[in-house]
Design a protein around this ligand. Structure first.
Ligand SMILES: *Cc1c(COP(=O)(O)O)cnc(C)c1O
Ligand SMILES: [Zn+2]
Length: 418
């Protein structure tokens, strides 16, 4: 692919061609994740942002020219991306911020932002002729791979998830017909097992961070935010962080646009972690290098951001450090109360990991990390229906009535509607 200049290792700057390596840097190992870099001068000549804006493709393939696949490559048919960006006035008032947008990625086909990475990885698998694609996941990446893969008859999807994953996510996997291995262990255990079997069998590995196409898929959320705001990017983009792949993808997307000259700056990136799963926040506060980061045992209600050893740690630290951003942490209680608050102020029902971002913005404002004069885009990464049990913990107050009009009226009096 002539538009790709090189794959560059985040740790040592080692350079490779797309044919030379598939996953991480052979010299620096697993922490040495790769950036897919383009010939930006050639892209600037070949691609025009107004042409993209005129595109009738209402999905993320409108950016195919900026992605590491050929123009005529086959892609999975489901409509991934081009999700709504809401101008959330009530949220802005709540936070006391000038402008707040919500990017609702729960509106993707399988209900999370992970569809972006899985769609691109599957396109790559088709191009490279793989017939088995496998992923370890806390649930959403797997559901994305299973769902998008279901429409591709030549691809078999093999999934490793912790047995503790929320039941809606496991149901999704089974419904889509993937082969599902429920690992009696953590997400990190599932990750290692998946990697090992893929290496042994020559199957294509979708694992977050390790596969550089995952970052490229996730970057499309930044391309959309920029385009939907007419290339005037917000001051801050906030997103929750587990492995750190989404925040890295957002960073990469804005950097690509900056290189193309389509935007004039990269927003500050604020990463939100759960207090019980805060490896990156800890490393950021301590000024650690990615190589120094050690595995920690973690626990949080926000299963999608539970990561003992964040796989995209190098890119995720860089994303925040290079943009003058920050990491903040929030408690599980705060996350649970954020679910209905965010839903009632914006109409967007988010799963715990996505509502964590709302909680993180409250915290960032309280601690002065965020200035009330700044405009903010909150990326809502996953649909609330993914984890009903957690959502149910956050709300009460339903009125149970007998099937009788008088009972209805009495009940409505208690809430002063009558
Ligand atoms: C995966 C995921 C995240 C975190 O993304 P990372 O790349 O692991 O940092 C946040 N929210 C939801 C809903 C997710 O599925
Ligand atoms: Zn390297």
């Amino acid at each position: 692919m002539t538009k790709i200049k090189e794959l560059r290792c985040v740790i040592g700057g080692c350079r490779y061609s797309l044919d030379e390596v598939s996953y991480t840097c052979p010299v620096h190992g697993e922490v040495g994740t790769l950036d897919i870099l383009y010939d930006y001068a050639a892209l600037r000549e070949a691609v025009d942002r107004d042409e993209i804006s005129a595109s009738k493709r209402n999905n993320f393939w409108r950016y195919k020219a900026l992605l590491p696949v050929d123009a005529d490559s086959r892609v999975p048919p489901l409509a991934v991306g081009w999700t709504p960006l809401y101008d959330a006035r009530r949220l802005a008032d709540h936070f006391g911020l000038s402008r707040v947008w919500v990017k609702d990625d729960g509106a993707n086909p399988t209900g999370s932002l992970k569809d972006r990475a899985s769609a691109l990885v599957l396109a790559r698998a088709l191009e490279a002729g793989f017939s088995t694609v496998s992923a370890a996941s806390t649930g959403n990446a797997a559901a994305a791979l299973a769902g998008l893969g279901a429409a591709l008859p030549e691809i078999e999807v093999l999934i490793f998830v912790p047995a503790s994953a929320p039941s809606a996510k496991i149901a999704q996997l089974l419904v889509y017909g993937a082969i599902v291995l429920l690992v009696e262990g953590t997400y990190d255990d599932a990750f290692e097992l998946c990697m090992q079997i893929c290496q042994e069998q020559g199957w294509y590995l979708r694992n977050t961070g390790v596969n550089p196409f995952t970052t490229e898929g996730k970057k499309t959320v930044a391309l959309e935010i920029a385009e939907q705001l007419d290339w005037q990017v917000p001051d801050v983009v906030a997103v929750s962080v587990g492995d750190g792949s989404i925040i890295s993808g957002i960073h990469k997307g804005f950097c690509d646009l900056l290189h193309l000259g389509w935007i004039d700056r990269v927003p500050r990136l604020i990463g939100v972690q759960a207090e019980g799963s805060a490896v990156l926040a800890g490393a950021f506060a301590a000024g650690s290098s990615p190589e120094e980061i050690q595995r920690q045992s973690v626990t949080t209600i926000a299963d999608s951001i539970a990561a003992e050893l964040p796989r995209d740690r190098a890119k995720a630290l860089r994303a925040v450090r290079e943009t003058d951003g920050a990491y903040v942490t929030v408690s599980d209680d705060h996350i649970v109360t954020a679910i209905p608050k965010m839903a009632q102020l914006s109409g967007v029902f988010a799963e715990p990991a996505a509502a964590a971002t709302f909680a993180g913005l409250e915290r960032a404002l309280r601690t002065g990390i965020l200035d009330p004069g700044e405009s903010v885009c909150l990326v809502s990464t996953g649909n609330g229906l993914k984890d009903i049990e957690s959502a149910r913990k956050s709300v009460s107050g339903e009125l149970r009535v007998a099937a009788d009009i008088d009972a209805v009226k009495t009940a409505l009096q208690t809430v002063k509607v009558l």
